[in-house]
Design a protein around this ligand. Sequence first.
Ligand code: GLN
Length: 486
Amino acid sequence: MAALTSVEAVTTPRRIAAGEFTATALCRAFLDRTAANDPGIGAFLTVDAEGALAAAASIDARVARGESLDALPLAGVVVAVKDNLATRGLRTTCASKMLADYIPPYDAHVVGRLRAAGAVIIGKTNLDEFAMGSSTENSAFFSTCNPWDRTRTPGGSSGGSAAAVAARFCQVALGSDTGGSVRQPAALTGVVGFKPTYGRVSRYGLVAFASSLDVVAQFGATVADAALLFEAVAGADPRDATCVERPVERPDFTRGVAGLRGLRVGIPREYFRDGLDADVREGVRAALDALAREGASLVDLSMPHTAAAIATYYVLAPAEASSNLARFDGVRFGRRVEAAELLGMYGATRERGFGAEVKQRILLGTFALSAGYSDAIYGKAQRVRTLIARDFTEAFAQVDVIATPTSPTVAFKLGARTTDPLAMYLADACTLPPSLAGVPAISVPTGLGRSGLPVGIQLVGPVFSEVRLLAVAHGVESLLGRVGAP
Ligand code: GLN
């Protein structure tokens, strides 16, 4: 039998139930692989071997008692969780000095759902501090390396989760996607990254960054694995007022490539302009040609407000962040730096607790919301956001899905953009518009470019079209094949 670390999440519960291997053996295989290889990658901030083995043992005990695993869709599945999702009793840092020693007294909704579904949580993954960044280099602790080339970034902000799936330190992983933080690192590491519709998954226990954009999102080595994780965590939760009450349906993966026949695929020309790496241009073009050969019709589109997305997002997200991060004042959560009087304590705590990018965003966001400027800056960005969303509504009157590159470039060198925030923000050019529109989007690997690095194609659907979008993504994956492990 091939190594246990290559077992797919979707087949895991039934193989454990059939006695092919135990949950404990599977868990140990991932723990051993992580212990041996993560020191060179830096995917994890915390590995919880004890908790993971205890969860695995409880699955094995059920099997030993002759109980069915049917009610546990993730029985024994080894999952990593981004370190901005609260885990009861397990350090949750947001990769910030502010929360370096924070141990939550509760589980995020999605973490509770994982446990209830029988998942084995192996640890907490590295990220850009408070999920602000596109390379995982803004972590206050260390940068994560790309398993395909350790001198390069895995992308961000969920770079730890992406690297963990790519390097096979876990089967699937949770991240958060505010402006591309799951899709972009998925593309850069050759895995699947799925951002559901805004409001589809509860954010209770996700440390808030930009509340009108934050979505809990899923990584898998395959579309089916990412979909399995999505199904397990999605659905209503009264503790998140934006979370909708709609049943979560199961995507139909039986049609494979045949499901692509007759599909109308919109190709917005604004996403194929300057600044694309040749590898990305060629990889995405080849994928689109393959779709056309299977009978999909490619529809040339214009989405005229696309170029405004970066400026719009980098007003709205910092504005919301400046408000959300006001709670880290040394009084209630996390770190406190003592000073002679109250204002001094606030200042010292925030000065020492936050890193440079977070401070920069708090300053920008506070300015954008300040009296006399808020309508000209924040209000205007809100109005442009409406135009960007309208581009999508109009496009979906003509097509079923939209296809774009996920990232304009392949994985860039560590350090290459750290002193140039604009270059870093350009990494989000293709993922920001769907975030601003609230629509679901998925990155699927197209293969390796001439550089030997992975490329991803982004598929975008109308709101709440997850089931259809996942089926299309599965067809595309069947057509293009998988990139495999580095
Ligand atoms: N890279 C974007 C940013 O820096 C998106 C981050 C995210 O989706 N969390 O804000």
